[in-house]
Write a protein that binds this ligand. Structure first.
Ligand code: NAD
Length: 394
């Protein structure tokens, strides 16, 4: 699982994902982790997309950075290249953005054999993937992630979708990419806050899967923050390996894939309320909310363990102070303000992970041992939100 020794000093890494889908069909794709786009056109030829029409979808912030390079690579594979620019930010992860993509595809006569290239962060990937999943009942798409969050997490596993009535990812589809091609050097143009937000998902991967990875993250704070290439290559590779192992076992989230939702019950509610109430600049970012949600999840894990083992001396409590120290070392928030706790509670009650009216939480027995719990009371949930609420707010 933990391959840090194996790939340090490498300039390139590759993983292969193989997903068994319904009716016995298999979806397979490579994840290439590189430091440029130079290998992209060969990969496009490898997967049989040379000569097809491709629509590059990216947001207005990054169009000036990488679109030219990516266009060149795709043209190098004899593709006929079109571009479609979306408005950036979570507020634009809505169906209206997908409709505009459909129009570009229709006006340019895209057929079922043509494809989409999602160039950008998780918002671009989720919107573009959903457009690909639904246009003509599904065309192929490739992911070219350019944020840490999208490199380590959202580009892999085929979850696509948009928010609806501000509820996170309420409309969506599973649709596997044909290729994930990560150019780590694109992170050099990403601002620090958006870069470090990705650490929320990285820390989550360690919490659900590997104590050693948790140590690695804690011991490499400076190298991660200064975007050292080899450290990031290791980080993306390890996180991708973790996500691959889970998604291959449970592509449709019927069992263990749900563990990837650690920190997301309260995290998604926080993100929703923050996007509604705060300005574009001050709204909490997805990874920041996941980090906060992980603190609440550890608090609930300890509460649950105490409840189950009231009289036992063998009960094990998770180190919440350590998690907070790690989050703070990456300048991630450990408290929030400006959102009403009751609004977050109401949002949690509408979460996708709920079952028969009970809110679903991923909790931990230990680091690396997650479980799904629908046995958390309203008051316990409120307590978990209060632990991350900033009572010093003026
Ligand atoms: N599908 C999944 O499995 C999955 C998993 C986790 C998160 N997500 C989703 O991912 C989204 C968050 O993704 P994100 O954190 O990447 O945010 P994002 O896509 O909004 O990107 C963050 C910002 O960085 C800019 N940007 C992106 N790459 C850049 C670069 N290289 N240089 C300069 N600027 C750049 C973007 O324009 C944007 O303003 C959320 O909507 C979340 O729900 C999806």
């Amino acid at each position: 699982m933990f391959n840090s020794d194996k790939i340090s000093n490498c300039k390139f890494a590759q993983l292969h994902i193989s997903i068994n889908k319904a009716l016995g069909s298999i979806s397979e794709y490579d994840i290439v982790i590189s430091r440029n786009f130079s290998g992209l056109s060969a990969k496009i030829a490898d997967i049989g997309l040379a000569g097809k029409k491709v629509c590059i979808i990216c947001d207005a912030n990054i169009k000036n950075f990488y679109i030219h390079e990516v266009k060149k690579s795709l043209s190098g594979a004899s593709c006929k290249v079109y571009t479609h620019i979306i408005q950036p930010g979570e507020k634009n992860k809505i169906f209206a953005s997908v409709e505009k993509i459909y129009k570009t595809l229709v006006y340019n006569n895209f057929e079922r054999s043509d494809f989409i290239a999602a160039l950008g962060g998780g918002v671009t990937g989720d919107i573009s993937g959903f457009a690909a999943a639904t246009y003509m009942r599904g065309i192929r798409f490739i992911q070219l992630p350019t944020t840490l969050l999208s490199m380590v997490d959202s580009s892999i596993g085929g979850k696509t979708g948009v928010d609806f009535l501000s509820f996170k990812n309420l409309i969506g589809a599973f649709h596997m990419p044909a290729l994930v091609y990560t150019n780590i050097e694109t992170l050099n143009t990403l601002d620090r806050r958006n870069f470090l937000s990705g650490m929320g998902e990285v820390i989550k991967h360690a919490l659900i899967k590997s104590n050693r990875y948790y140590d690695f993250i804690e011991n490499n704070v400076d190298n991660i923050i200064k975007k050292d290439f080899e450290t990031l290559l290791n980080l993306v590779y390890i996180s991708n390996t973790i996500k691959k192992s889970i998604v291959e076992k449970d592509p449709d989230e019927k069992s263990c894939r749900a563990f990837l939702n650690l920190g997301h019950t309260i995290g998604h509610a926080l993100e929703r309320e923050s996007v509604i109430t705060a300005s574009d600049e001050t709204a909490l970012l997805h990874g920041e909310c996941v980090g906060l949600g992980c603190i609440s999840a550890l608090y609930l894990s300890n509460l649950y363990s105490l409840r189950l083992n009231e009289n036992s001396h063998s009960r094990h409590l998770l180190d919440i102070a350590r998690l907070k120290r790690i989050l703070e070392s990456f300048f991630l928030p450990i408290k929030f303000k400006g959102i009403d706790i009751n609004d977050i509670l109401t949002s949690c009650l509408k979460d996708k992970k709920n079952s028969e009216g009970r809110v679903g939480f991923v909790l931990l027995k230990n680091i690396g041992s997650p479980f799904l719990c629908h046995d958390i009371s309203y008051d316990e949930m409120k307590g978990a939100i209060e632990t991350i609420y900033d009572y010093n707010e003026k």
